[in-house]
Design a binder for this molecule. Structure first.
Ligand code: SME
Length: 153
């Protein structure tokens, strides 16, 4: 089982700058190193209205851009709610970047009431993300938000 208490403390220590770019790169590299059964971890940024641009990530080259109207990432940004999908194959509105991905967890990153972007996590195993994983990743995303200056993306 993933020890999110330990990961939260380690990520807090790792993110020692206010620079969101550095922190985003470190966060997705840290997740890929420390959490098992994940094949993609990264950020999409809202740099123009209602469009998600690919940001720092680890994994295979990915889809870009993603409008707020499309896919699991778009839904997280549009609804400002975490999206947890057990099996993306069973979902019509899913953007397949990597055929290996089966489960997906997308956490909106909101800063000063603006959707800064999303943190997207993919797993090759259907049902990979439990409620516990959801709250654990929510805590890791919060560490990133609190560490970073998100006034600009
Ligand atoms: N599957 C996502 C697209 C991004 S990739 O998984 C990296 C979606 O449906 O929004």
């Amino acid at each position: 089982m993933t020890n999110y208490d330990r990961l939260t403390r380690q990520l807090e220590a790792l993110l020692d700058t206010r620079d969101w770019l550095t922190n985003a790169a470190q966060t997705c590299a840290f997740i890929m190193q420390e959490v098992d059964r994940i094949n993609w971890a990264g950020f999409y940024l809202q740099r123009e209205p209602e469009i998600l641009s690919l940001g720092p990530f680890q994994g295979k080259p990915a889809c870009h851009p993603i409008p707020f109207s499309k896919g699991v990432c778009g839904a997280a940004a549009r609804r400002r709610e975490i999206q947890r999908v057990d099996d993306v194959y069973a979902m019509a509105d899913h953007i397949a970047c990597d055929a290996d991905s089966r489960a997906e967890l997308v956490i909106p990153i909101i800063a000063e009431d603006r959707v800064w972007g999303v943190l997207d996590l993919d797993s090759p195993i259907a049902g990979r993300f439990s409620e516990e994983d959801q709250s654990g990743f929510e805590r890791l995303a919060r560490v990133f938000i609190d560490a970073s200056d998100l006034r600009r993306a």
